[in-house]
Ligand binder design. Sequence first.
Ligand SMILES: [Cu+2]
Length: 411
Amino acid sequence: MLAGKAAAAPALPPVRALGHVPVRTLNGWTLPHKLKDGVKEFHLVAEEVDHEFAPGSRAKCWGYNGSTPGPTIEAVEGDRVRIYVTNRLPEATTVHWHGLILPSGMDGVGGVSQPHIGPGETFVYEFTLRQHGTHMYHPHADEMVQVASGMMGLFIIHPKDGEAVAIDRDYAFLLHNWALHPGTYRPDPSVMTEFDLWTFNSKVFPAIDSLVARTGERVRIRVGNLSMWNHPIHLHGVEYEVTGSDGGRWPRAQWRREVTEIVGVGQARDIEFTAVPGDWALHCHMSHHTMNAMGHGIPNTVGVDQTGVADAFRQHVPGYMAMGKNGMSEHQTHVDMGHMPGPENTLAMMTGKGPHGNIEMGGMFTLVKVRDDLAPGDYRDPGWYRNPPGTMARRVSRDPDFGKPVRRRQV
Ligand SMILES: [Cu+2]
């Protein structure tokens, strides 16, 4: 195993020269810019996008420059930026630069700080970046519809003096929820609590990229939340430090050790850790947020013998299957076997295959994959981790009466 930072450092000269590593947007991309008379020029296009949440689920969403979330804007504290915004939507929009310190007239609140950007129009924003940190952009016009349809992006500003503690891999994603009702193709913006899809950068597991690192590297994960729920983001395998937010990278004395950090609506949080080898789950800890579409308000079938009921149902609904007596995990098995096609354009509630069986997850779940032998800067998925001999949980008996465990007498 490598001994931390010293071993990983030699491979990073090009990015070290910039004072920061470029941010890596999960399943996303960074918007290119042109330098014009010392000003960084960007061009956002608000438009409808044909989006895939995971193979088997597509929707007409709204986003920027062909994607939801829109491309990440990345710059350095002190930069002057000029951002053109062209509106190709059927209704007016604006862009609010969430958390940025700027002149009031650049704040992007439709009707307050500026007139709306009408369909077909282009507006220009221009300001100097006076801070660093993990920031976001989103419309401040018909927000309920436009944000629910996927309009959001990351705005990452690196500190001008470089990082006090160097980062080797810098990942970022936005949390969101979608009411894409089974069998439909456009998110329903009127829904407030009962969502069908929970996403990292508008993707659900298993379509979310893995976060890859080499053993000993310093990894930062930036998480922003423009959804309708708070999300406790949990990482296995390490105690990470919460080191920053939309308020920039915090002074070291403010860093906190956690294993779960709630990222509230409208907030951003940065977590950092030194990578240790293995495949480590990174997920929201609201257990319904690691599922895909499911029925809400259905009767609880756990513990219910449905044998006779299923026969009766089958007379009216050919192919009806009773499920859930022993829990929900059989759901994935039946879907995988093709017994349950489900509504069109609708993902199974739980999915994903690992080296040891079904993962039974969906939604806000992915893996941090850390390997000793990765080349620095190599972001390719390395496949599944092989546990060293003697370091994996194993079966010792198939007898429920095995051993003499202490159990409470039930009265
Ligand atoms: Cu959540």
